[in-house]
Design a protein around this ligand. Sequence first.
Ligand code: ZN
Length: 329
Amino acid sequence: MGFDVPFLWFTQPLGATPSPWRHFKVDGVMVNAYELVGNSKILERIVDRGGIHKYIGFDGPIAMDSGGYRFLKKGMLDVDAEEILDIYEKCKPNYGVVLDFPISPGIDKSLIEKRMYITIMNTKKMVLNKKTSNPDLIPVIHGYDYDLIGKYIEGLSKLGDFKIYGIGSLVPLVYTIKGSGSIGGIYRAVEIVQFVKSIFPERIIHVFGVGSIITMHLMFFAGADSIDSSSWRSKASYGAIQLPGVGDRYITRKRRHKKYPTLKRRERRILDSCECPACREFGLEGLRKSFKLRALHNAWIYQREIETDPTIFLETIWPIMRSIIGITP
Ligand SMILES: [Zn+2]
């Protein structure tokens, strides 16, 4: 199943609510195989229903992540790539992410290379053992310098040509502008995305885990085609909602959270004109009381951001980013 870019995957735990796609059209959904390892009950149920699409009630593109970072115990992956592949072939998502071994700025180069070796070996195992056409595999590249990324790409090129290439381990970089020590912050993340896109200009580049509104636009302008977001849910659980072009606003009274400013009068008007199913039916008071309604509202705003004419960002957000980052789209 192909798709138009830019593209947004809504990350959703299996069995969690709300399911935005039951209320309005969304680009795609990303679920995680992590929840199915050692959980034969749910896996059987998915197989009985004929696959993950029927199970979650969504007929658009579904990607399944391997949850590599969640399997990390004492610095080692404690799950087998073939087990993840077996889950993919039973669940039949459109895309399956290889079992990858993420890195972080604090670890030394020899360990980073070792993790690269394991990730590429896992990719090879999954490519060679795949018996069905579903899913297409998404390899993932992890590296903070061109040398390492070059090695990754060389390793992957021996395994075939992929429709989508993923870039992982960028989340720790996007919290700061310049980063610390030898590893840059957002600057470096942007450079890495630009570099990978320049090598695969005709392929879809997916950046994992950077799906807040601002980082999402930043990654698209750096050359990413596809991103995933769980923050439509996490912000809602903090009692925050997203407003178009404004950022996060804290709206619940009980759980005051320092991170999010409260709603101003002008913003209240923006919210009053929101056409999402949650706002239309229940308004601000509904959103204040209900996680589900806030999550639905946030998902709606995220999906609208993706569909908005990108020239709006060229005129608004982009000049700010350009002044900070110093790159042009
Ligand atoms: Zn709304």
